[in-house]
Design a protein around this ligand. Structure first.
Ligand code: SF4
Length: 278
């Protein structure tokens, strides 16, 4: 059985960078807190917690504490509140996400209505909306475009959550173009996401079985799974090697492996080793 591992699978540079910043801050002896998980991956969260970083649900008193801002950022309100409460802030927001904030802010300043294509409950999208003080329209699917509102807009700028599916984005965009006269589109889907999505459009066609590795809470892993499943019905989504089933590989000649942007290389390596053993 041939095992074909995606060239672009696993950690993106933004996650790698955030993790390095988190561990370095913890090693410096600081008392570090984080609002929510650093990335959507249980193994990474465990590693970060083991390093002494505490995950909190809401801000407390910040004296002698450091607040770590995660890879997908936070709204300006979070920064302001944290500083008010006395926290020191270490910002691990991915530079790609910060770039989206900037683009959206400039567009708003120039009188554009800002439209964000993305999952409205995702931290990154909340962060962009928060940076614009709530003045943005979020569209998460073709079926849920608020047409009444959209028809009243004459000038808009569209930005996209960095891990969105490009095809879905383009469908939404072409619908918006029908109603908005002046529309500027910034394709802010980041490069690591694009190359993964490109690869996942071919890998499932050349392998009998596809294994997608990543947490159930990881939106980018879910998108990789959905694309793969649409091309190859024998696509399986697992979080770690423990979920592998020998039966999936019986008589199979080729297996494709793809890992989400928040999946550590170790998790992928362990999955490969176990598949080899099958
Ligand atoms: S997926 Fe893209 S935007 Fe998000 S952390 Fe990774 S590189 Fe940055």
């Amino acid at each position: 059985m041939k095992i074909n591992v995606a060239k672009n699978g696993g950690f993106c540079f933004g996650v790698r960078r955030a993790l390095a910043i988190a561990l370095k801050t913890a090693q410096s002896g600081a008392y570090v807190e984080m609002l929510g998980d650093i990335v959507h991956n249980e193994d990474v969260v465990k590693q970060v917690n083991a390093a002494g970083i505490r995950t909190i649900k809401r801000l407390g008193r910040g004296d002698n504490k450091t607040l770590l801002i995660r890879a997908h950022g936070a709204s300006q309100e979070v920064f302001d509140r944290a500083l008010c409460r006395g926290y020191r802030i270490v910002d691990a927001t991915c530079p790609k996400v910060r770039k989206i904030y900037k683009m959206a802010e400039v567009a708003k300043h120039e009188g554009c209505e800002v439209i964000i294509i993305g999952d409205r409950n995702h931290d990154e999208v909340r962060g962009i909306v928060g940076q614009l003080k709530g003045k943005a329209i979020v569209i998460d699917s073709l079926r849920r475009i608020p047409l009444k509102v959209i028809k009243q807009i004459s000038k808009a700028c569209v930005v996209v959550q960095s891990t969105q599916n490009l095809d879905k984005t383009l469908h939404i965009l072409s619908r918006l173009r029908k109603h908005i006269k002046s529309l500027t589109f910034y394709n802010t889907i980041c490069r690591p996401t694009r190359v993964k999505q490109e690869e996942i459009k071919t890998l499932p066609l050349h392998n009998e079985v596809m294994i997608i590795i990543g947490s159930r809470t990881s939106a980018n892993t879910r998108r990789l799974f959905e694309i793969s499943k649409s091309l190859n019905r024998r696509t399986k989504w697992i979080q770690s090697k423990g979920e592998l089933k020998a039966g999936w590989f019986k008589g199979v000649k080729s297996v494709g492996i793809m890992a989400g942007a928040s999946t550590p290389d170790d998790t992928t390596r362990n999955v490969i080793e176990d598949i080899k053993a099958f």
